[in-house]
Design a binder for this molecule. Sequence first.
Ligand code: GLY
Length: 365
Amino acid sequence: MPTLERISVALEARSYDVVIGTGLLEQAGALIDQAFGRPRRAVIVTDETVARHQLPRLLQGLGQPAAVITIPTGEGAKSWATLQQVVDQLLALPADRGTVVVALGGGVVGDLAGFAAAITLRGLDVVQIPTTLLSQVDSSVGGKTAINTSAGKNLVGAFHQPSLVLADIECLQTLPMRERRAGYAEAVKHAALADAPFMDWLEQHGVRALEGDADTLARIVSHSVATKAAIVAADEREADRRALLNLGHTFGHALEAETGFSDRLLHGEAVAIGIGLAFDLSHHLLGCPASDAARVRQHFAAVGLPTRISDVPGAPFDADRLIAHMAHDKKTADGKLTFILADRLGAARVVKAVDPVAVRHVLVS
Ligand code: GLY
């Protein structure tokens, strides 16, 4: 049984803890009261799927009645329409400044509920309870919230730090294997960008984690959260260092855009392919050893993740179309592409004004 672990995200007055362990939903009421120093009225925002699996545990663990706002499952809920419904429902309760929004779900619920909390009454407190591996290792920590619009993914949102994050490893037991793998790709990202010894550890233990071993999953979540917490504490609003967390994402987002942000390619799967391509580009432009690209791909393949564009249903894709998608990346400045590249595995940096010819070269190689 994993022990309960606390990692602090140090942001002065907006500092908060990420608690990692099992049975956290059952203790949620006590943990939330402790974080705020007094009992708070909770409103849960969740989706239809998570409501079936986890809501009874949370309602019991809160120890007080809580209103529940349920949104549809899936990326489509990160929309103006669903945002409006959630805000309207919060106002109709009515929520007040003493209300805490509890986001119970994966990245979609966390992003949408976090954004609704950020704008309702000019800012309600939010507690994130991530229920997927992806949201536990990455999206629930750091305060990014957003919806998608016709112009692109995550283009409307706010930085709104949670007051507490509860990463209950038990929630991962009901997660489909494909989603567990997709979340795992973001843990490998943390190793590949800043922590080569963690990569060694993942190579030894990753398969066991994906089989559902709670201790191993807890170590992966805590190591990833510690890496991310340090980066967010140093650069909350992504002025420089936080951009490193986008390793593999410029390639990944282009592939997601080309496949219509659909089940054909999950975000984490796109990130896995993107990390391999980022190491290819790092080899081409920075002299990063070619063996590092081979190593990340070998590990992704060992855990059942896609590693090449040719693994994506519908491939091949036109390289110029992929590059055109990259122009919409939020890191693009003055029309020039920015990439997160690595001098070697575990040592990433931001590289600006990358020549599209070099990008094309790795896409067609
Ligand atoms: N997922 C990247 C970030 O939070 O900055």
